[in-house]
Design a binder for this molecule. Structure first.
Ligand SMILES: Cc1cc2nc3c(=O)[nH]c(=O)nc-3n(C[C@H](O)[C@H](O)[C@H](O)COP(=O)(O)OP(=O)(O)OC[C@H]3O[C@@H](n4cnc5c(N)ncnc54)[C@H](O)[C@@H]3O)c2cc1C
Length: 419
């Protein structure tokens, strides 16, 4: 048995075996002989998606190369590559991903399996760029699925939570390489609430971070540019300052409000430019726990205001900021964006501090506003909630029963929702 834990440290497991196959035949043999299997990418999910007492497989060492289609509109990529490795390789080919989230250590398959997204008024989650999958099924056989071949399996696999098989190669849509300019500025919360729609309409990507006890927010926009690369920013170690403030707030929660206002006073404006894949990701070195809800777009800002008011009223100890983003609608069976354009609210807490009760109360606000959770982030949905929120959940389960009748890829969390 090997000890395993996720990025935030909140999910711990003792898999009977942790395997890193180097070729597909070895992977097939591992899956065929195991009773229970989960695949792990970078372990960045906050929910126990990868937890297992059986076989935990990582594809980090699986052989494979990037293949660019003749029309350069799609590529076939190794599913276990990190987004960092993938986007570096794409850039060398003169290509970029249409959008990315906050960080890039996630495996391509891990990001797609949970509907990982960035921000952009008209840009969907990473799951929307999948065109085909090569999968090792529970019986060890290898299949491919796309809109033309095994279409039911493909539709379910687009946002799969790793329930149908082990993805080894994925065909994804790509764009000609592009460069971005990032602008970060401090703005009044009231100004952002009033103007976010205009900012989001005039930039390819717009989002903001707001501490619950501060009246200023950090507004971040990204927009295509031809400007040359910026030199790396010298200066203070922002992570060290932030971690120090979190530790202080943890020891003396009464200081959290003043510390957040102090940190915001110190946050200035900045600009930088570079290849899209080097501008999208940020460093996230101070560990946190996270819940995220995707709401109908018009409900987003009012729900955020309600959440901030609830925290202030109860003087609740929330050390991290909210993150507010937009994502486009999609048509994926269990995607939280499949009802229309979405607003995304992430609620974070410093990892060493208590989050369960706070998230449970915050979740009530976001559920009441029509929200559905990010599958990889903390939520308390039960099977009945899944059925109420997702009319196609039973079709998703039917595909699972068809390709994995013995439930090899289920763990207790996923069995509760999808067995
Ligand atoms: C610091 C940080 C920043 C984040 N930023 C964002 C963000 O900006 N936007 C956002 O939407 N989310 C974000 N997330 C959430 C993150 O993108 C998701 O949790 C994502 O699933 C993590 O990818 P992973 O490779 O770590 O997957 P894991 O957590 O390892 O696995 C996720 C799921 O994918 C399945 N899986 C992995 N590989 C395979 C495979 N080869 N075949 C089949 N199934 C597979 C697993 O079984 C599991 O069900 C962030 C998380 C962290 C910790």
């Amino acid at each position: 048995m090997t000890a395993w834990s996720n990025w935030s440290g909140s999910v711990k497991a003792r898999p009977a075996e942790l395997a890193r196959p180097t070729d597909e035949a070895a992977l097939q043999a591992l899956v065929r002989r195991a009773d229970k299997v989960r695949v792990v990418g970078a372990g960045h999910s906050f929910m126990p998606l990868c937890a297992t007492e059986g076989l935990l497989v990582s594809l980090a060492d699986l052989e494979g190369a990037l293949e660019v289609a003749a029309d350069r509109k799609t590529v076939t990529a190794p599913a276990g590559w990190s987004l960092k490795r993938l986007t570096d390789a794409l850039w060398r080919e003169g290509l970029s991903l249409p959008n990315q989230g906050d960080v890039d250590p996630q495996a391509l398959a891990g990001a797609l399996a949970t509907g990982t997204h960035g921000t952009g008024r008209d840009l969907g989650s990473l799951s929307t760029i999948a065109r085909a999958f090569r999968l090792v099924l529970a019986d060890g056989s290898v299949v491919t699925c796309s809109r033309a071949e095994r279409p039911e399996l493909f539709e379910a696999q687009r946002l799969s939570l790793g329930l149908f098989g082990v993805a080894t190669r994925i065909v994804i849509e790509v764009l000609p390489a592009y460069r971005l300019e990032e602008r970060i500025e401090r703005r009044k919360l009231a100004w952002v609430l009033e103007n976010f729609a205009d900012v989001a309409a005039s930039h390819r990507h717009a989002e903001f971070f707001v501490f619950p006890y501060a009246d200023d927010v950090i507004l971040k926009t990204l927009h295509p540019t031809d400007e040359p690369d910026s030199a790396p920013k010298p200066g203070v170690n922002e992570d060290a300052v932030f971690r120090f403030c979190c530790d202080l707030g943890r020891a003396a929660p009464v200081l959290i409000g003043p510390l957040q206002r102090f940190m915001m006073r110190g946050s200035g404006a900045s600009r930088r430019a570079g290849p899209a894949h080097s501008i999208f990701p940020s460093e996230r070195n101070v560990r946190f726990e996270e819940m995220e809800y995707e709401l109908p777009r018009a409900a987003g800002l009012p729900a955020l205001q309600e959440a901030i008011a609830w925290i202030r009223k109860g003087r609740l100890p929330v050390a991290f900021p909210f993150e507010f983003r937009w994502a486009a609608a999609d048509d994926i069976w269990i995607s939280p964006f499949n009802k229309g354009p979405g607003a995304s609210i992430s609620m974070h807490q410093y990892a060493p501090m208590a989050w369960q009760q706070l998230f449970a109360e915050g979740e009530r606000i976001f559920r009441a506003a029509g929200g559905r959770p990010h599958w990889a982030k903390r939520h308390t949905l039960a099977r009945t909630d899944v059925d109420a929120l997702y009319p196609l959940a039973e079709r998703f389960r039917a595909v699972r029963r068809d390709v994995d009748p013995a439930g090899k890829f289920l763990n207790p969390h996923l069995a509760d929702l999808f067995s």
